[in-house]
Write a protein that binds this ligand. Structure first.
Ligand SMILES: Nc1nc2c(ncn2[C@@H]2O[C@H](COP(=O)(O)OP(=O)(O)OP(=O)(O)O)[C@@H](O)[C@H]2O)c(=O)[nH]1
Ligand SMILES: [Mg+2]
Length: 311
């Protein structure tokens, strides 16, 4: 039987099973050291060109979003195997999503475009489409909101959908059809309003939410575990927030996550589009097609290359 993990807590997995029912599973010991072939999506080692067809024993930890096989022995359900992932993220720690809804607040905390750009790049790197929601617009003056809309119009221009939300009263027009029959996971800074957004989306839902100052005083995120909930033929997922910058291991990987650079052909092969690159086609379009603040964020993100995630 096949199901999808919707939550996990201390070795106990909750899945949605074959008949759309929620089932609690235990993991079998063998999962801890499973044999995977070199073609498996779990095998990240660099021996892909090896002619050896042998398998390798490695640790597999099922994540929320994983498609798993399970069976019933006596009265207990067991998780048997994890099927190959179509994608996976480390932050949030989740697998097999169709899209990520990035929730960033206009205020409390203030909109941080550097953080937004790092989240977008992380998703582009993993080939996952982001939708952007700017929450708490009710806390802004007209001038403040116009400034934010001005900044965000650039993101719409380069192809991202942007929505504005006062989640205390409802969800933005036009967003629900984009969530139907899809696996959508919310991600963003802690306190930005992810859980509040899901509460607005699903009538009767009361996920725990907390005022940002309380959350920061306690030094904790309000949502501590990822969880997927059935929603209009698909799933919607709440995740713990985080505020740290993500880093890249390679200059080229980072460059390629800035999707708008591709609109401006550069005559130099492998150009990294740096201010020192004289004659570069991308540099020629800063402030003339490419938003300067986003380009500056590209340079700032370059400074973090090679640094490790610190949890
Ligand atoms: N005024 C206003 N407040 C909002 C809005 N959205 C969320 N909030 C408030 O912001 C605070 C934080 O919201 P949460 O939904 O807990 O934020 P979160 O992103 O889930 O936070 P973590 O779980 O810690 O990652 C709560 O006090 C919410 O009531 C909004 O659109 N307008
Ligand atoms: Mg939350």
């Amino acid at each position: 039987m096949i199901g999808r993990v919707i939550s996990l807590d201390s070795g106990v997995y909750k899945i949605i099973g074959e008949n759309q029912e929620e089932i609690v599973l235990k993991a079998r010991g063998k999962l801890r050291h499973m044999e995977v072939s070199k073609h498996s999506s779990f095998n990240k080692s660099d021996n892909k060109n090896s002619t050896k067809t042998s398998t390798k024993r490695m640790k597999i930890s099922p994540k929320v979003g994983d498609i798993v096989t399970y069976e019933k022995t006596l009265d207990t359900y067991y998780l048997d195997d994890v099927l190959p992932r179509k994608n996976e993220l480390i932050r949030p720690d989740i697998a097999n999503v169709d899209q990520i809804l990035l929730v960033f607040s206009a205020k409390r905390p203030d909109l941080n475009l550097l953080l937004l750009d790092t989240f977008i790049s992380n998703l582009e790197y993993n080939n996952i489409k982001p939708l952007i929601v700017i929450s708490k617009i009710d806390l802004c003056s007209d001038d403040e909101l116009n400034k934010i809309k001005g900044d965000m119009s650039y993101y719409e221009q380069i192809g991202y959908d942007v929505f504005y939300s006062n989640s205390l009263v409802g969800v933005p027009d036009g967003i629900i059809p984009l969530l139907q029959n899809k696996v959508t996971v919310l991600s963003g800074q802690t306190g930005a309003g992810k859980s509040t957004f899901i509460n607005a989306l699903i009538p009767g839902f009361k996920l725990e939410t907390n005022d940002i100052s309380l959350a920061l005083n306690r030094g904790k995120h309000t949502t501590r575990r990822s969880h997927l909930y059935p929603y209009f033929g698909g799933l919607i997922g709440d995740t713990p927030g985080f505020s740290k910058l993500m880093t890249f291991s390679s200059e080229k990987d980072l460059r390629d996550t800035f999707i708008e650079f591709k609109n401006y052909p550069c005559t130099f092969r492998d150009c990294l589009h740096l201010p020192s690159s004289k004659g570069c086609g991308v540099i020629a379009h800063i402030n003339d097609g490419i938003k300067n603040t986003r380009y500056q964020n590209y340079l700032k993100m370059r400074e973090g290359i090679g640094k490790k995630y610190d949890n």
